[in-house]
Design a protein. Structure first.
Length: 242
């Protein structure tokens, strides 16, 4: 069985993935933004899940979560699920936090980044990006960046299976009640890529939708764009990849 961190697992797709993996016998680490939010995870903790708490809009919180995880039993996989749809927290939560966790957690052999079909509308430019969250950021841009991050990690960390997953437009708190995709299918691909021994799940640098690979935005596999993104994030956070 694997040990898997699922970020943003207090509700929605993250909660569903954590519950499914725990029920399958895996060693799951759940994550909540605050102590208040973590109360909803008590049923999973009572079933054996470990809990970490940190507000991913705060870089010091991300660092503290990483330090806590590095001091515990090694992780086999991370599902980078935490995300926000709009507002000032878009860049800090959707791309800075996943980058920082990736840089600070070098051990996991499987990395799964939850992205969105909206990444096709992202701009492959890093000029003038508000990484600090002082103003509203572009959701589409943030998802293009995190999809490129997934592809870059598949290239730069030998032996690491790194992939991005589009869960579809599903009826969660973020997706809203009129979403048209299947909620169950929305979290199955993340789980499969995180733990499965199926040959098809041994992919790296892929972009997935419902267990099928698709072609992402052309910039995702542009190594120059990947390298520029990683360099900017390293400078912004003061933390290069290891």
């Amino acid at each position: 069985m694997s040990r898997i961190l699922v970020t943003g697992s207090a509700d929605g797709l993250g909660r569903a993935a954590a519950e499914t993996l725990l029920s399958a016998g895996h060693d799951v680490v759940v994550h909540a933004r605050s102590r208040r939010r973590s109360a909803s995870l008590r049923p999973l903790v009572d079933r054996g899940a470990d809990l970490v708490v940190g507000d991913f809009t705060e870089r010091d919180d991300v660092r503290a979560v990483a330090a806590e995880l590095n001091a515990a039993k090694p992780l086999d996989a991370v599902i980078h699920n935490a995300g926000v749809w709009r507002g000032r927290d878009v860049m800090p939560v959707n791309i800075v936090a996943p980058y920082l966790l990736t840089a600070l957690l070098p051990a996991p052999r499987r990395l799964v980044y939850v992205t969105s079909g909206s990444h096709y509308d992202g701009r492959p430019s890093l000029a003038g990006v508000d990484w600090q969250g002082r103003g509203a950021g572009s959701y589409a841009d943030s998802k293009l960046y995190v999809t490129a991050l997934a592809a870059a990690m598949g290239r730069l960390r030998p032996g690491v299976l790194s992939n991005a997953v589009d869960p579809g437009w599903v009826p969660t708190k973020m997706g809203g009640p009129y979403a048209t995709d299947d909620l169950e299918l929305g979290h199955r691909t993340q789980e499969w890529l995180a733990v499965s021994d199926d040959p098809e799940a041994q992919a790296e640098g892929g972009y997935w939708y419902h267990r099928r690979q698709a072609d992402p935005h052309p910039s995702v596999h542009d190594t120059a764009f990947q390298d520029e993104l990683l360099a900017v994030l390293a400078e912004e956070t003061g933390t290069p990849l290891r």
